[in-house]
Ligand binder design. Structure first.
Ligand code: NAP
Length: 485
């Protein structure tokens, strides 16, 4: 029986855990550094939090929930769903909470995994499911610490701070900032949105699923499967739009432009007009953002932030914008994948060495010189405006197929070759100019070299690619350690 350690009990780690159980592999442990499962949905609790991928598609295909309250579910409902997965699939005994992995080293044919409590565990396989957008970026704004009010990153929302009668400042206009402004605009006495770059916004409505719909879905599970596939099909328009020029890209751009025209105030519209193509940054979905910024007490500030002082934010034109609470919707370090875990392969090569030029993997799921390691949501995964859940399922299935082969005695240790990894990455890079992410804007999709670090084709192509293990592209059971190199 193979033993497996999974790092992280978020959406992809739980997916892996279910797949392991279903494959009859019971010797596995999921190590989670926080005190609860759920990853993103545990960390993010800000006002207005919703998933902007329809709930019917942002769920495991093997565990479709007939009861989603809305087309786009709120964050706490999604977190409840993932907590429910733990119970429905009897995962509790496999999950160790408050257990942070600090180092993992492959030696003598096994992974030795060290945790912050000083313990070391061993396993035949290591699966990284540590998430993509996990480390909040707190910008280095001079004077932030001198602020008299409360300030926090949106992924660390401080609910002990009451917002009633408060003047709230929000820095950032990504999906997070837009959701917060849409929720709080008009409900707090003053809301100041500090916008560095405007965003294109697609106004997709969010409707409530009535009782009849939910009852029908419960009674006829085939309906949830149909709905899942239908939404997946509709998403293929968005996928085509981001990955290649064509009518889909034009159509979504036009819809965003039409949405912007609903802002009649010329000055405000000018402030909200981006100077780059729609979808170059991750497309923001919101039916209410433009309404929210027109509500009384809401102000869009486009002057750059100069510094923070005790009473509020001072912009470069010298204006002091007084606020009582400052929420930093300033995003995440998308390139810190797996770090700060220190990963060491059998040749002594570390992850930092391997990724000195940026995160590069073999077909999104494995790394040369790091045998028996699989990555979920690894480098260049299809995370651009798509549901990450089916991606995690495909990647978990790929890892399972290798683990099953191990059980059948086909190999003991395996890692992809450097040549296959380099070839694959060269093909990725060649496809990037076609994508909308490479059309000239700053975004978290871009790597150090300015090229997007996401999948440049359709998620279906990614699924097809991982249907086969491609064993000929792996180094299997080398006679000496050095051969991994
Ligand atoms: P983000 O998209 O990276 O946006 C960060 C924002 O902060 C940008 O507007 C950025 O401006 C601004 N910013 C950063 N540093 C700044 C500074 N020093 N001064 C002023 N402004 C600054 O982050 P996010 O909104 O948290 O979203 C991250 C990702 O999380 C999304 O793209 C999405 O994948 C995911 N997300 C998903 C949902 C969902 O519903 N599924 C919801 C929220 C988030 P610039 O544009 O000028 O850099």
């Amino acid at each position: 029986m193979p033993s497996v350690i999974v790092i992280g009990a978020g959406m992809s780690g739980l997916c892996m855990a279910v797949k392991l159980r279903r494959a009859g592999i019971t010797d596995f442990t999921v190590l989670e550094k926080a005190s609860d499962v759920g990853g993103t949905w545990r960390d993010n609790t800000y006002p207005g939090l919703r998933c902007d991928v329809p709930s019917a598609f942002y769920q495991y295909f093997f565990d479709r929930n007939p009861d989603w309250s809305h087309f786009f579910a709120a964050g706490d409902e999604i977190q409840d769903y993932f907590r429910g997965v733990v119970d429905r699939f009897a995962l509790r005994e496999h999950i160790e909470l408050d257990t942070e992995v600090t180092r993992a080293e492959f030696a003598e044919g096994r992974w030795r995994v060290r945790t912050a409590d000083g313990r070391t565990r061993e396993a035949d396989f290591l699966i990284s499911a540590s998430g993509v957008l996990h480390h909040p970026v707190v910008p280095d704004i001079p004077g932030l610490d001198s602020f008299d009010g409360a300030w926090f990153h949106t992924a660390r929302w401080d609910h002990s701070v009451s917002l009633a009668d408060k003047r709230v400042g929000v820095v950032g206009t990504g999906s997070t900032g837009v959701q917060i402004v849409s929720e709080l605009g008009g409900s707090v006495p003053k809301l100041s949105l500090f916008q560095r770059t405007p965003q294109w916004v697609l106004p997709v409505p969010n409707w409530r699923n009535d009782r009849l719909t939910r009852a029908l879905r419960s009674r006829f599970p085939a309906l949830t499967s149909l709905e899942y596939r239908l939404i997946e099909g509709i998403f293929s328009i968005l996928v085509a739009a981001v990955t290649r020029p064509g009518w889909q890209r034009t159509m979504i751009s036009k819809l965003c432009e039409l949405n912007l025209r609903t802002v009649r105030d010329q000055d405000l519209r000018r402030k909200l007009t981006p100077d780059y193509q729609a979808m170059c940054k991750r497309l923001v979905m919101s039916p209410s953002f433009y309404r929210a910024v027109r509500r009384p007490g809401v102000e869009v500030i486009t002057e750059r932030i100069d510094h923070v002082e005790p009473r509020g934010v001072v912009t470069t034109d010298g204006t002091l914008h007084e606020v009582d609470v400052l929420a930093l919707a300033t995003g995440f370090d998308s390139h810190a994948y797996l770090r700060p875990v220190e990963l060491v392969g059998p040749t002594g090569r570390t992850l930092s060495d391997a990724w000195s030029e940026g995160p590069r993997a073999y077909r999104t799921v494995a790394l040369p010189e790091f045998p028996n390691l699989f990555l979920l949501m690894g480098p260049h995964s299809p995370v651009g405006n798509f549901s990450l859940v089916p991606i995690a399922e495909v990647q978990a299935d790929y890892a399972i197929s290798w683990i099953r082969a191990w059980q059948r005695g086909e190999y003991t240790t395996a890692a992809p070759t450097r040549e296959a990894t380099d070839d694959y990455n060269a093909r990725l890079r060649a496809a990037m100019p076609n994508t909308v992410w490479a059309t000239g804007c700053q975004s978290w999709y871009l790597g150090k070299d300015g090229l997007p670090e996401v999948w440049p084709w359709s998620p279906h192509r990614h699924a097809r690619m991982l249907r086969d293990r491609h064993t000929d592209e792996f180094v299997v059971d080398p006679a000496q350690e050095g051969v991994w190199r």
